[in-house]
Design a protein. Structure first.
Length: 87
C-alpha cells in the first residue's frame, strides 16, 4: 500500500461510482470512460471487472428453439474530479 499522491498539486474534489456493461470487454471499458467524461471526470480509479453469463432463448419457426449463453462484462470504477491543492 502506498500513500503517495498521484497528483501532488491536485486533490479530489468529488468522487462517484460509475459503471458500464457490454458483451465485449473493450466496449464496456470504453463506455465506462465515456460515461465518466460525460460527467466531467478527470480520471477513473479502482476499476473492477465482473463477468456474468446471460442466457437467452431464441425461438424461430425455421430453426426451432435455441438456448445461448454469452458472457457480459460489467466494469465499475470510481470517477473523480480534481481541483488544485490550496497551499
Amino acid at each position: 500500500m502506498t500513500i503517495d499522491k498521484p497528483w501532488p498539486t491536485r486533490q479530489i474534489a468529488h468522487a462517484w461510482l460509475t459503471w458500464a456493461a457490454d458483451r465485449d470487454l473493450s466496449k464496456a471499458t470504453t463506455r465506462l470512460r465515456e460515461m465518466a467524461e460525460s460527467h466531467n471526470a478527470d480520471a477513473v480509479l479502482g476499476i473492477r471487472i465482473e463477468v456474468h453469463d446471460r442466457t437467452r432463448t431464441k425461438a424461430s419457426i425455421m430453426e426451432g428453439t435455441k438456448i445461448a449463453t454469452e458472457p457480459w462484462f460489467y466494469v465499475y470504477g470510481t470517477a473523480v474530479r480534481l481541483v488544485p491543492t490550496s497551499a
